[in-house]
Ligand binder design. Structure first.
Ligand SMILES: C[S@@+](CC[C@H](N)C(=O)[O-])C[C@H]1O[C@@H](n2cnc3c(N)ncnc32)[C@H](O)[C@@H]1O
Length: 313
């Protein structure tokens, strides 16, 4: 058993809760792990592959992890940086907003990966969003004391854990999925987590019919094993793309509950799906629900949830 490695960069589409499930679907951990929509990297960091090729069209994610791999960013550099900038944030006018805006403007000009980390951890709700000109577009979380000693330690530990996984067999590139999937050979596994069709959109997260069609063509023709993350249905509708493209493959589903307002009657659910083209022992619908992290403390004692912290090895 070991703990899930949590990445230092956060995003709204992060698949931390799905890691044990994805791990369970893969029976063999050999060959190369290829992930054309790496996002925060949380899935790759936990899959126990030695040879890893990761890509994303968001260059800031790629720059951050390349800097970590090349040791241009180390845990000590992150600690010193966050202590310095955290202190300035605490003392800045407008309850810290002035310094947040200073870092935001500096990032939008120079794209420094450390400033990217700062923004991703001091922005509202841990979201990553870029406007139509590709500039950082998330407001401040309004906590001037954001970078407390314990919060910095938490982030530095996350940086340490991820840097321990990275080595010369890990490659990060800033490319579109159409260039990546054809690189996969028959011993490889391609995990795809594209922006969900019909859902959240920003500069790096648009997703059209045409994109889904291209993804289908590439995955349908690949010699590699693939796993696709998508949503299956929610309380109101089905994901039409599942019917159009993915129903001919194996599909497993899991309920994902999230709460608006903390009351049980405000529970919403979306059924997550993994689509894959190989044999696996995973049962068709795994009813263990996944519950949003911020809601766990409210419901932990009364409801079962997907084990977040452990992977059976
Ligand atoms: C749902 S997120 C992936 C989340 C990731 N699995 C995680 O757990 O953090 C989708 C990612 O796809 C990237 N993306 C969007 N369009 C893309 C494209 N055409 N090719 C490659 N990456 C793309 C986005 O920048 C975003 O990081």
């Amino acid at each position: 058993m070991r703990k899930i490695i949590i990445p230092p960069i956060k995003s709204q589409g992060i698949k931390t809760k799905l890691v044990p499930w994805i791990y369970a679907v893969i029976s063999e951990h050999n060959g190369r792990w290829i992930e054309p929509f790496m996002g925060t990297g949380v899935v790759a960091f936990n899959m126990d592959f030695d040879d890893v090729l990761l890509s994303d069209t968001n260059p800031h994610l790629i720059n951050f992890y390349n800097a970590l791999k090349e040791k241009a960013i180390t845990p000590l550099i992150v600690k010193n940086y966050l202590e310095t900038e955290g202190e300035k944030l605490q003392k800045a006018n407008d309850d810290g907003y002035e310094h947040y805006k200073y870092i935001r403007d500096r990032f939008n000009e120079k794209f420094d990966p450390l400033d990217f980390l700062f923004l991703s951890r001091a922005g509202f709700n841990g979201m990553i969003r870029f406007n139509s000109k590709g500039k950082w577009n998330i407001p401040f979380c309004k906590k001037p004391e954001r970078f407390s000693k314990s919060y910095i330690t938490k982030i530095v530990n996350q940086v340490t854990k991820v840097s321990q996984v990275l080595n010369e067999h890990w490659t990060f590139v800033n490319k579109d999925f159409r260039e990546m999937i054809p690189l996969a050979g028959e011993n490889d596994i391609v995990y795809c987590d594209p922006p969900y069709y019909g859902r959240y959109v920003d500069y790096y997260n648009g997703w059209t019919d045409n994109d889904e069609h291209d993804l289908y063509e590439l995955l349908n023709n690949t010699r590699a094993r693939f796993i696709l993350s998508t949503w299956h249905h929610n309380d109101f509708r089905d994901n039409e793309m599942v019917k159009r493209y993915w129903n001919n493959f194996n599909i497993v589903t899991k309920d994902h509950f999230y709460f608006s307002g903390g009351k049980i009657e405000n529970r919403n659910s979306i059924v997550e799906a993994l689509v894959y083209n190989f044999e696996s022992n995973t049962s068709k619908h795994n009813y263990e629900p996944i519950i949003q992290e911020e809601q766990l403390s409210l419901f932990e004692s009364s409801m079962p949830y997907c084990a977040e912290t452990a992977i059976n090895k």
